[in-house]
Design a protein around this ligand. Structure first.
Ligand code: WT7
Length: 656
């Protein structure tokens, strides 16, 4: 699997120009760790525009739950991403909006984006939004969705983008948790030729929710757009009427820039809080160094703005670097599996950044969908969200990238703000190992911990992946629950940030992510807590207990799979499964619906009552038709409280 590929790849031009006198990756990395504050201080001054200079670089202690960078400095993120480019590149495209229907793109220049965001900021102010207020954004990838985020940044409001694929219940929960008085949405969006109504989801989410005072509704399809309640405001009319002038709010470096919800292994989703200056710096520097992104580049990150990848590599990173950012509304297969490469060709994209699940779905189709299009503009292809399998890696590198384009397999998390482990930037001749994220980014110091909390030394070892030093891009807290933040990330082991992933450090000292060590699963790069799905299933009046696990799936990477026990006296019927699926789609999202739900009379538990998920995973993913075939793989089950349930579960699964 992990065959070593020696590739002669061209030198990374912008391997952080500030430090080029030091040498290549290894020398700069060494300096970034040894002189950590000096390293980030230099970059903070050369890459960001400060309203008020900072005197303190960092004051952080994982032990004390304190993370702070450039604390007495002030800046404005919008001015850093847009205003400062006006003089040199006001007429350059800031955004290319590649809509679902091919051939329908729209270009927004930096000057136009500046004007749009200023008007948007004035609209928000007119609705009473002030610095520090939270604003919910339920918007598809589009210029207005991006402008909504930037308008918040401009006036110091904290945006909370909720992926426009989450259900009304999930949106409501996030609006309440962040206490949002204003919601921004579009009437809908198109995906693969299909119209998806978003406004109706918002209506349902805020029904009888007095907290929400205003819903700003933008237009995707004017005919479908319906303003239904007295809270609704037509965003287009409001923008047209709003003044163009608006002062940017000088923000303290450590003020929150945004909240973004993500799933954990237990409890409700966590609203991770990212900072103004540290986050922006980390977004800007990683975009520049990992993707060799220069001003004027055309950066194609196809992630939705509802995820961290969209925040960092569709919005903040490319704009902070003066690049043109692609906003991709569509799906990889529409109108045919050549859509990505047609988009690369049409806009002469210099970077393309997507997810393994999409790449896997495309490689099954013929090469003609690639070869038809000119991809010679590409200098980087990125992959994110889950490990990339060798087949997809080779396909990207050799087919899409004509064996010339380095693949940036980027390991990182919502919590980390930006890329953490990735083979690029690299020096000429560096080796690539398909399926391995390989090397830490500058300033990032991975450590592996064993179960006792001791640091694992040496190479060819495994452990829980942790990060030893604070870096500017790390999330600062969980909205409203700093204790949870400390417990989940900072107090698992002493003095390190715990990622939740396991990793292998190979013979060369490089890292391969081995997957989550907690009950979090990854469906098409979307993170889900199995506990969340279990909670949702047990809300149904006919289910008493549920166990959800993730099992491997060829395209999506993983899919949820459920085992449920019915309540006493409930007779099993064919409706149960449908009702369960419907409920998960309603409460969480369609992508959270289990691939199958098996009704069983018991679950494999230890005598202390802990569900043995390992056994469920084996049973669910097995192709075996006969219990005797699978029994040897299950290990010793005699220690279970009720060993006999295992065979019963197997038989039920075979029947379903
Ligand atoms: C989890 C984070 C970071 C943006 C997208 C997902 C897994 C992510 C990789 C990769 C192996 C990866 C990890 C991580 N993951 N990228 N390149 N190789 N695993 O963000 O929803 O916060 O999920 O995704 O398990 O912990 P997220």
């Amino acid at each position: 699997m992990r065959g070593r590929l020696q590739q002669l790849l061209r030198r990374t031009k912008r391997n952080l120009a500030e430090f080029k006198e030091l040498g290549g990756y290894s020398e700069i990395y060494k300096y970034s760790i040894e002189k950590n504050d000096e390293f980030w201080e230099k970059l903070a001054r050369s890459r960001l525009l400060w309203e008020k200079d900072f005197t303190e670089v960092s004051d952080s202690s994982f032990k004390d739950g304190r993370i702070s960078w450039f604390a007495d400095g002030q800046l404005n993120v919008f001015d850093n991403c847009v205003t400062r480019h006006l003089a040199d590149r006001g007429d350059q495209a800031a955004l290319i909006y590649e809509k679902d229907e091919p051939g329908n793109e729209e270009i927004v220049t930096y000057a136009q984006l500046h004007s749009l965001v200023n008007r948007f900021a004035n609209v928000l102010k007119s609705k009473g939004v002030k610095k520090g207020d939270r604003v919910a954004i339920y918007y598809p990838v589009s210029p207005l969705g991006v402008a909504a985020m930037l308008a918040c940044a401009k006036i110091g409001a904290i945006h909370s983008v909720v992926f426009a694929g989450f259900s009304a219940d999930a949106l409501r929960q996030r609006i309440i948790d962040a206490d949002c008085r204003v919601v921004i949405c579009a009437d809908g969006t198109y995906r693969g030729g299909r119209y998806i109504n978003l406004k109706s989801v918002v209506d349902e989410a805020i029904e009888n929710l007095d907290l929400v005072e205003t819903v700003l509704v933008g237009t995707r399809n004017a005919e479908a757009k319906k303003l239904t309640t007295e809270k609704d405001v037509d965003l287009d009319l409001a923008l047209a009427a709003a003044p163009e002038n608006c002062l940017s709010e000088p923000m303290n470096a450590e003020d929150p820039l945004f909240l973004l919800y993500t799933s954990g292994s237990t409890g409700k989703p966590k609203g991770l809080v990212h900072s103004q200056a540290g986050y922006l710096l980390y977004a800007a520097v990683t975009t520049s160094a990992v993707f060799d992104c220069e001003p004027g580049d055309r950066f194609g990150c196809v992630a939705d703005i509802g995820w961290i990848t969209g925040h960092t590599y569709t919005v903040y990173g490319p704009l902070a670097n003066g690049a043109t950012s692609l906003l991709f509304e569509s799906i990889p297969s529409y109108p045919d599996p050549g859509r990505y490469w047609a988009t690369v060709d049409k806009h002469k994209l210099t970077q393309f950044y997507g997810a393994p699940t999409a790449y896997r779905s495309l490689l099954r189709h013929g090469d003609e969908f690639i070869e038809k299009y000119d991809r010679s503009s590409l200098k980087r292809i990125g992959s994110v969200g889950e490990p990339i399998n060798t087949e997809a890696w080779e396909w990207l590198h050799h087919k899409v990238g004509s064996s010339k384009v380095p693949i940036a397999d980027t390991w990182w998390q919502t919590e980390t703000g930006g890329n953490m482990i990735t083979p690029v930037p690299c020096d000429a001749g560096a080796s690539f190992k398909p399926g391995s994220a390989q090397r830490p980014f500058y300033g990032i110091e991975p450590v592996l911990k064993n179960a006792d909390g001791n640091t694992v030394q040496g190479n060819s070892v495994d452990g829980a992946l942790c990060i030893a030093k604070p870096w500017p891009g790390i999330a600062r807290t969980i909205h409203g629950d700093h204790e949870r933040f400390r417990n989940v990330y900072l107090n698992v082991f002493d003095d390190v940030y715990t990622t939740g992933d396991g990793a292998h450090r190979d013979q060369d000292g490089e890292y391969t992510i081995t997957g989550r060590m907690d009950d979090v699963i990854n469906v098409s790069g979307h993170r889900l807590g199995t506990a969340e799905i279990e909670d949702c299933l047990t809300q149904l009046d006919f289910i008493s207990e549920a166990a959800v696990i993730g099992i491997p799936e060829a395209t999506k990477g993983e899919v949820p799979y459920a085992f449920v026990i019915l309540k006493e006296g409930v007779e099993e019927n064919s409706e149960h499964k449908l009702l369960a699926n419907k409920h998960v789609a309603k409460v969480i999202a369609k992508f959270a619906v289990p691939k199958d739900t098996i009704i069983v009379s018991g679950l494999p538990k230890t005598r202390s009552g802990k569900i043995m998920r390992r056994i469920l995973r084996k049973l669910a993913s097995s192709e075996a038709k006969d219990f005797a075939q699978i029994a040897p793989e299950l290990g010793d089950i005699s220690t279970l409280a009720e060993p006999e349930v295992v065979e019963e579960i197997f038989l039920k699964k075979c029947q379903s």
